[in-house]
Design a protein around this ligand. Structure first.
Ligand SMILES: N[C@@H](CCC(=O)N[C@@H](CS)C(=O)NCC(=O)O)C(=O)O
Length: 327
């Protein structure tokens, strides 16, 4: 992480611990909004007007928070408006790196080798982790926002006419329900799998594990009795936020994070939902199971020898057969 703008080698995947040994995620610190006229958004400063070619998105394909923003960029038709860089799937000694792993895209804007260089450029005295996603402003040379929940909303309405308005990820009449779902799904499932995987005591692990599977059970019931999406007919940001966790579940969380009571494939309605969202135009292009597997299984504290499992077989998404892998 960075301390006062200087990289410290003492990198730990666990961001902080609470009294019970539970994992606590760092809060994001750049919270400006891009808006159609450059007016300030709900937080931060103004001056970030929507313009084609002005903004750049830094992501990791292993990262569910970053992939939320990649999905929204696709679904809102912003690919020609916002450019992208993709880091290597495995964290280096100096954090996220723009390397040459297949599927990466170098930093063509700032020519950085490591993600932390961008944080130092934006704030020479920055203290904290150099996380992805980052929405970068090429014009003023700074970070607009590094909180994926905000970036989703920015991509939904902040780019005005430059974005596809056929899809509204946060429609006015569903906002209260979306907020309630987010407040339930984020701590218990999206971050719950991390709290399970990075728990450093049995008590913390047991608690997080229970929350993960109680939430999956409840979501299974909800989708079995409704759908096709979380709030019915309309696809919203709540679906993006759920999908990015579900798509990583069997490939990474089940094994690397010890979330192994059931596989996602054992949930009928949730599996059907996963394939439904995966099948939406553009979504499959934001999913890279190879990066996901290599990324999570390269976390040394969880998997010291770095062996990447050959399975699971994810038919239609990442098919694996014994014949192929042991030839
Ligand atoms: N609040 C952030 C969290 C982002 C986050 O934790 N990203 C992780 C990757 S999954 C990261 O970059 N970690 C690097 C580190 O902790 O040094 C968001 O949702 O945008």
């Amino acid at each position: 992480m960075l301390v006062n703008g200087k990289w410290t080698e003492d990198w730990q995947p666990v961001q902080a611990k609470d009294a019970k040994g539970g994992f606590v995620r760092q809060t994001s610190s750049f919270r400006n909004f891009v808006t159609p006229d450059g007016a300030p958004g709900p937080t931060g400063e103004g001056g970030f007007k929507a313009e084609a070619g002005r903004y750049h998105l830094y992501v990791a394909l292993i990262c569910p928070w970053a992939c939320r923003t990649l999905m929204a960029r696709k679904l809102k038709g912003l690919e020609d408006v916002i450019s992208v860089s993709i880091v290597d799937p495995n964290l280096s000694d100096k954090g996220w790196r723009f390397g040459d792993y297949p599927g990466t895209i170098p930093d063509t804007v700032n020519h950085a080798e490591f993600m932390y260089e961008l944080y130092v450029k934006a704030d020479p005295t920055y203290t904290g982790r150099a996380t992805v996603p980052v929405l970068w402003d090429k014009k003023t040379g700074t970070i607009v926002n590094n909180e994926s929940a905000d970036i989703l909303r920015i991509f939904n309405t902040g780019f005005g006419d430059l974005a596809n308005d056929a899809i509204d990820l946060y429609p006015e009449d569903l906002r209260a329900e979306i907020d309630t779902l987010n407040d339930w799904i984020y701590p218990n499932l999206n971050n719950g799998v991390y709290r399970t995987g990075f728990a450093t005591t049995q008590v913390a692990y047991d608690e997080a594990f229970g929350q993960v599977f109680r939430t999956l059970d409840a979501l299974e019931e909800r989708l079995a009795g409704g759908g096709p999406f979380l709030l019915g007919e309309r696809f919203t940001e709540a679906d993006i936020r759920l999908f990015v966790t579900l798509i990583r579940f069997d490939a990474a969380y089940h094994g690397a994070f010890k979330c192994n009571l059931r596989r996602l494939a054992d949930y009928k309605a949730l599996s059907a939902y996963l394939y439904r969202v995966y099948g939406l135009p553009g979504v499959a292009e934001t999913v890279n199971i190879d990066h996901i597997k290599h990324g999570y299984y390269s976390i040394k504290s969880l998997n010291p020898n770095g062996i990447v499992p050959l399975g699971p077989d994810l038919p239609g998404i990442y098919p694996v057969s014994v014949k192929e892998v042991t030839a």
